[in-house]
Design a protein around this ligand. Structure first.
Ligand code: ADP
Ligand code: MG
Length: 279
């Protein structure tokens, strides 16, 4: 069981919006040697806005209806930006399926990232419209792509300082994202993060973590999405953003209620001091 000093540190951290689920979590954080981080909602606010789109009105209605079934930040942005459009004539009986991990939404249409549409003959015509740093969403019918969206998100103000602080401590920080190479690179540059891996499926995130663990690293992972939950569970210290999905919070040892990454660094320093005292 936790010592009085540990309990007091846990309560102090809780006052700063960082919830530790027990003394073991605080001890684990003090020994962390490597940190993986998700992008959307974690290093960024996860508050997208549609900056450009091209899609016939009937398809747009169908997309809004389908995205209403998804809780991804991209879905929320599309639904809220086009909420004024009446969804008449949309067949709401057609089932909508969300492929967890790849982010593909399937129903009357297919909605997802360009890499899910490489077998479509007219994909080039659309990827040519992508702009560096924007997330592209493609809308396809059975055999042809019918439109696209470009969305923008912003890096969290505290992310740059927090990542720099961890890297100065000798902790290797790596971005793991389901998003494309260009966006991964742009965010890595903006946050000055040492390395990144793009187009990651949930199992790819797990692989990165397990490979580091095999090399003897004590691995932390920060994330917020349903698709991060398996990786958060495999990490030595899973850290969930409070703004994220409940499954991410349930599978993590630490919950960042206020989403402030600087508070995570402060907590890391507190955990180290505590363990020096105990040892
Ligand atoms: P990250 O790892 O950066 O948090 P995700 O794994 O959540 O990103 O999503 C990966 C990609 O899948 C997104 O960049 C987006 O292109 C696509 N995607 C996910 N959910 C949706 C959705 N509801 N609608 C359209 N595209 C989606
Ligand atoms: Mg995310």
């Amino acid at each position: 069981s936790a010592t009085p000093a540990t309990l007091s540190a846990i309560s102090n951290r809780a006052n700063h919006g960082v919830l530790f689920k027990g003394g073991a979590a605080m001890e684990a954080l003090s020994t962390m040697t490597e940190l993986f981080t998700d992008k959307t909602g974690t290093l960024t606010y996860g508050e997208f806005s549609v900056v450009e789109y091209d899609l016939p009105e009937d398809y747009l209605k169908e997309v809004v209806y389908m995205e209403q079934q998804s809780s991804h930040p991209i879905a929320e942005a599309i639904v809220s930006q086009f909420q004024h459009i009446p969804l008449d004539k949309v067949d709401q009986s057609e089932p909508v399926e969300e492929i967890t991990g790849s982010g593909l939404i399937k129903g009357e249409l297919r909605i997802g990232k360009p890499s899910d549409f490489i077998e479509y003959a007219n994909i080039r015509e659309y990827t040519n419209k992508s702009k560096e740093g924007y997330t592209m969403v493609i809308v396809g019918e059975k055999n042809a792509i019918v439109g696209y969206f470009l969305l923008a998100d912003q890096v969290r103000r505290e992310a740059v300082q927090a990542v720099s602080d961890f890297q100065k401590e000798g902790i290797k920080v790596t971005l793991l994202t389901g998003d494309n190479e260009e966006v991964a690179k742009k965010v890595s540059d903006e946050v000055a993060i040492q390395s990144y891996a793009s187009s990651c499926l949930p199992e790819d995130k797990i692989n990165w973590i397990q490979n580091s663990q095999k090399e003897g690293e004590v691995v932390g992972m920060i994330g917020d999405g349903v698709n991060d939950a398996p990786a958060l569970a495999h990490a030595d210290i899973g850290i969930a953003m409070g703004s994220g999905s409940s499954v991410a919070m349930e599978t993590s040892e630490v919950v960042m209620v206020k989403n402030d990454l600087n508070k995570l660094y402060d907590s890391y320093k507190v955990s180290q001091k505590l363990n020096q005292v105990i040892r």
